[in-house]
Design a binder for this molecule. Structure first.
Ligand code: PLP
Length: 375
């Protein structure tokens, strides 16, 4: 039996939603842009999905756009902002963002005449609001901050930063990929201009991303073509994917309270067993409840992950979205964790489908494997 603890990389779909998706592909395959009633029905389904997502985030459906993944959404938002920068040249971000942000900024620096400053976190992995705001000056046109870190689970002060930026005429993007079903993420408060999400992180299908673009905020079409998604993101829409995503999001949001309470208890149990085995915990207290990042000195991440994988227990070493080799170690490096310890880090990430038994098996296997690998 599989014990899956790599939910920050991706999640399992529920059987009924996977079946719904198959049925829609098989039976309701018309193009939502076709004139006939078969197509019109799909167009309605797409709007139903948009409305459901909008309700989950407390925004207007016209502020929701479907894309193919969060990486696409992030590319769209960051690249579009450059177009509206006027004479300003600077983007402020954090050094622990996902590579979807960091590598896009690096590319923008090469191809556009912009600079970016990536503020490093404090030793607990959380970025200081003051230190970040100190970097925001008259030259700054965009700030991009993640809400929850995918490697350590740390919660960033994204809302506070947004409130402080409100009067400063700076565009603000929040990478909210690791929030859905984990912490309340309600956009009604109006703290940001853009936000990005990915369906497969909350038990939705792979291949569906979501962009929130606040009404009245400048945005430029990303993919040009047939004018779909109100001219912003051309290409025939993935209606089954969008519909199933919206249901998965609703379930994640509705179950959040119960699930995060259960996971907090599991997180505590895992933290205690890591400490009892002499490990170091890299996840701060102010974290999403599903994640524990830990290091066992002297046991390299891949060795422990492979050993546990032999036992049917699947963990991450870091972010599966980055290349296997460098992963998310840079996040731990930025926190000032010794590189020899950072290279021994494992990431245990749960979901609302994680059971008490899964956690008991994980702890038992850690107890068995860690002492064996140490000697
Ligand atoms: N942002 C964060 C915080 C992530 O964790 C991820 C994926 O792990 C992404 C962005 C990119 O998401 P996707 O792979 O769906 O494009």
């Amino acid at each position: 039996m599989i014990r899956y603890f790599d939910n920050n990389a991706t999640t399992q779909m529920e059987r009924d939603l996977a079946e719904l998706m198959t049925n829609l592909c098989e039976e309701e395959y018309a193009n939502p842009n076709s004139m006939h009633s078969f197509g019109v029905k799909q167009a309605r389904r797409l709007e139903e999905a948009r409305e459901r997502v909008a309700r989950c985030l407390s925004v207007d459906p016209r502020e929701i756009f479907f894309t193919s993944c969060a990486t696409e959404t992030i590319n769209w938002i960051l690249r579009s902002s450059v177009f509206f920068r006027g004479k300003r040249k600077k983007i402020v971000t954090t050094s622990i963002e996902h590579k979807a942000v960091l590598n896009t900024l690096r590319d923008l620096k090469t191809i556009s005449n912009i600079e970016y400053h990536a503020v490093s976190p404090e030793s607990d992995g959380i970025v200081s609001v003051d230190r970040l705001l100190n970097e925001v000056d008259d030259e700054t046109f965009l700030v991009s901050v993640m809400a929850a870190n995918n490697v350590t689970g740390s919660i960033q002060p994204y809302e506070e930063i947004g409130k402080a930026l409100r009067e400063r005429g700076v565009l603000y993007h929040v990478d909210a990929v690791q929030t859905i079903g984990k912490i309340p993420f309600n956009l009604q408060k109006g703290f940001c201009d853009y936000a990005s999400f990915s369906a497969h992180k909350f038990h939705g299908p792979k291949g569906v991303g979501i962009a929130f673009v606040k009404r009245g905020t400048p945005i430029k079409p990303f993919i040009t073509g047939g004018g779909q998604e109100r001219g912003m993101r051309a290409g025939t829409q993935n209606v089954p994917g969008a519909l199933v995503t919206s249901i998965a999001m609703q379930r994640a949001v509705e179950n959040m309270d119960t699930s995060s309470r259960r996971l907090r208890d599991f997180q505590q149990q895992i933290v205690e067993s890591v400490k009892a085995l002499g490990g170091a915990v890299n996840t701060p207290e102010n974290s999403v409840s599903n994640t524990v990042n830990a290091s066992f000195a002297g046991i390299r991440s891949e060795v422990l992950v492979n050993a546990l994988s032999e036992e049917g227990v699947y963990l991450g070493t870091s972010s599966a979205c980055s290349s296997r080799s460098d992963g998310g170690q840079y996040v731990l490096d930025e926190m000032g964790i010794d590189p020899s310890l950072a290279s021994c880090s494992i990431r245990i990430s749960m979901s609302r489908f994680t059971t008490e038994e899964d956690v008991a098996v994980l702890i038992e296997k850690l107890k068995k494997t860690v002492p064996l690998l140490k000697f």
